[in-house]
Unconditional design. Sequence first.
Length: 562
Amino acid sequence: MFFEALSAVRDIGRLQHLASILIRYGFGDIVRRMGLVDFLARTGKVLNWKYAQEQSHLELPERVRRAMEEMGPTFIKFGQILATRVDLFPPEWIEEFEKLHDRVPPLPFKAVRQQLEEDLGLPINEVFKYFEEKPLAGASIAQVHRACLQDGMEVAVKIRRPAIRKTINADLRLLERLAKIAESEIAEMKHYRPRDVIHQFTQSLYRELDLAAECRNAERMAGYFEDDPNIVIPNVYWEWVSERVNIQQYIDGFSSRNFTLMEQAGLDRKKLAVNGTQAVLKMVLVAGLFHADPHPGNILFLPNNRIAFIDFGMVGRLSEIRRQQVVDLLHSMVEQESNSVADVLLEWSGDKLTDTDTLATDIETLIHTYHGVPLKRLNITDILSDLATLLRDHHLSLPPDLTMLFKALITLEGMGRQLDPDFDLASEAAPFLKQVTLDRYKPEVWITKGRRNVVQMVDILSGLPRDLRRLIKAMRTGTLRINIDIIQLEQFGKQVDNAASRLTVGLITASLIIGSSIVMTVKGGPTIMGLPALGLLGFSAAAIGGVWVLLSILKGSRNKNP
């Protein structure tokens, strides 16, 4: 079992705690199938099965969500990432994952003061005119305090929790191991691609741990909106920024949830919906960098119908190629080109094997469902949800950047309709899509692409003689090697190894039976109940070996037919 190779003994206590939570929420079978019971027993840890299944009356998605809440901050954030995977999970799962809120009681200021002064390089009173020790907000990774610099500028000071990286590293190691075992041992988990999901989550979480990265994202975003008076991005005070602390301009605005205050301030809710939508569409289709967590707490409304975006710890990135693919997908859906839509989806899924004819037929059905519907009655959330269902039905998945985009667009449309019941995301997006399409065919764009292709071709041709010389030399010296990566070769090797083990034990068992039969006919020697002791021991060992082979065969049959 994989866990027997575990070298980080310091993780065992945490592993026991997580396994106990899984047992309590009715996932004891998973704990057994992953080999955790035997592993923890060998390390001296005992699992408490007394309260097993006590939460089994709850629906499965709710049990998973509640278990994640008890497992702690890392798993809460993991659930939030899963909430973006509309391509992997049906709506009832997404709804539960969305209930996971990163609300952790903030630490007392004395617990973070020393670390803050270390990062600032000065005592707090030399940097700030005043500093509010009571946090404005607390989360699993950091907490935010309001303060005022010596020059009178009000700022928000985000401080990373001390020793949080050590805890997260331990949890990520455990998640990675669990994902590997789940993918290899539990057939029904392969569709969810747990290793890919954990990889996405690990990258996202490590970026969020670096508070300086959030400032870089904010500064880059501010550059795209420097000429837009309707959008406010907080300024960054780089002289005080490090990996564990960032200091940005404090924005005092209204939460998008507080409609009463908006009306008292004379804000136009329809105008706010339009300004916010245009800002996000510009992020996605023009900048290729967008706020991946645009919930109401990260969007503030200001006087004169301005909008402030804060907290750029989680952002999505879309390359130029990806943006073109999104435009191609939307264009193909409008033109009812089901085969072109299928090509884009297969490209996103890594050309995974599927029935392309059935896929194209299902896409055509989806397109006809929305064809001819006026833009004002077109619901982007429904379209994306139906597209995600189609992907799940065909066991396809989206790249992580697109799952974040889907989630951001769904959140954006929901917020827009709260502000304005007649809000129409499709109509707002149409001009941007048209402009992006036209920009692709500008002469200067084609000249740039042509120049780039010529340079690449020249590089290939100039390196061709050298590559041919190396190839011929390798062939002459017999050092030419061809690496072939066969899908599921590792699983095939395990099956061969298991078959060889069964065969070996079977041969030993047969030998013990024959040898013991011969010994039973020999007179003399120690006896048990009047029978030769060596013969009885041999038959006992043969019985144990036979039972092992039988159980191994039965287990293999269950794995083949889950």
